[in-house]
Write a protein that binds this ligand. Structure first.
Ligand SMILES: NC(=O)C1=CN([C@@H]2O[C@H](COP(=O)(O)OP(=O)(O)OC[C@H]3O[C@@H](n4cnc5c(N)ncnc54)[C@H](O)[C@@H]3O)[C@@H](O)[C@H]2O)C=CC1
Ligand SMILES: O=C(O)[C@@H]1CCC=N1
Length: 279
């Protein structure tokens, strides 16, 4: 288990209790990085959702924003970009200058968050992904204007506990959003198709699912462990005149690689657009 320095004194308040909040807090608790008692959650108005998180993870739900902010050493903003301004304007009334803000919001700049909060507090902007829940997020992090190296390190330690952390320039978080933030969805989309192909050819759905998952898992491990480039790994599977070559020809006829490149770049562009739309 990876450890977090001074973790006994850390109290994290999650503002927003949706998919990514659950993935992160689930990963933190599963890996015993923080105890559930160190985590508060609040959301817009869905009491059922807060109750579910309390029952499943033991975290503390609250609607008392003021007390939550007061009791938290770190606030993690996990709201949608369109909600960012309104929520930050409300939070600004309670936030202290020494309080660490961590944002996972796509596209929203630390500059805007500081402006809306009206406080020159340290902000670390991050882009994790939902694989946080199994300790395998690829998380990009960048420091805002008022954040020091030690703030960056605190946030990095937290996210390292639920995956790998990559420090980048804030502007690069847009492309990380496309590649590694949205990326798992593109892989799941492909997994859905692989499973459907197996079923279409007559396999039971659960067998098709297992074969798909094990194939993706094996390929990911190969990418991690093997010395070769992805193209070389692919070449080793592709016998001249064989089945893989025939399959790849179909993928090429649909411009599969170009489609994936365009999807990632479009997601990155959308991140920039969201930042401009909601500033
Ligand atoms: N879902 C993902 O894979 C990832 C999402 N993100 C970012 O995380 C943020 C949240 O995304 P999701 O969890 O997918 O969204 P979601 O829709 O599942 O959750 C949003 C949460 O914000 C809460 N909220 C809305 N207005 C609020 C208010 N006024 N006060 C308090 N809470 C409020 C909602 O009640 C909900 O709990 C977004 O900014 C997104 O860009 C970042 C990385 C990955
Ligand atoms: O779709 C979204 O906007 C968020 C950001 C990265 C993953 N999900």
């Amino acid at each position: 288990m990876r450890t977090l320095e001074n973790r006994d004194t850390l109290r994290v308040g999650f503002v927003g209790a949706g998919s990514i909040a659950e993935s992160i807090l689930g990963g933190i608790i599963k890996n015993e990085i923080l105890s559930p008692a160190q985590i508060y959650v609040t959301n817009h108005q869905n009491d059922q959702r807060l109750l579910y998180l309390q029952q499943r993870y033991g975290v503390s739900p609250t609607r008392d924003l003021e007390t939550m902010v007061k009791d938290s050493t770190m606030l993690l903003l996990a709201i949608k970009p369109k909600e960012a301004k309104e929520v930050c304007l409300r939070l600004g009334k309670y936030i202290r200058r020494d309080q660490l803000i961590v944002s996972v919001m796509a596209g929203i700049s630390t500059k805007n968050i500081n402006e809306w909060l009206g406080v020159d507090c340290p902000i670390i902007r991050t882009m994790p992904n939902t694989s946080s829940s199994v300790g395998l997020s690829a998380t990009g992090i960048a420091a805002g204007r008022y954040a020091s190296e030690s703030h960056l390190e605190i946030a990095a330690q937290l996210f390292r506990a639920i995956g790998s952390v990559f420090q980048v320039a804030e502007a690069d978080l847009h492309i990380l959003t496309g590649l590694s933030g949205s990326g798992p969805a593109f892989i799941y989309y492909m997994a859905e198709a692989m499973e459907q192909a197996g079923v279409k050819a007559g396999l039971p759905a659960d067998l098709s699912r297992e074969l798909t998952v094990q194939t993706l898992l094996g390929a990911a491990h190969m990418l991690l462990k093997a010395e070769e480039e992805p193209a070389e790994l692919r070449r080793k599977i592709t016998s001249p005149g064989g089945t893989t070559e025939a399959g790849l020809a179909v993928l090429n006829s649909y411009s599969f690689q170009q489609a994936m490149i365009d999807a990632i770049l479009r997601a990155a562009e959308k991140s920039e657009e969201l930042g401009k739309l909601y500033r």
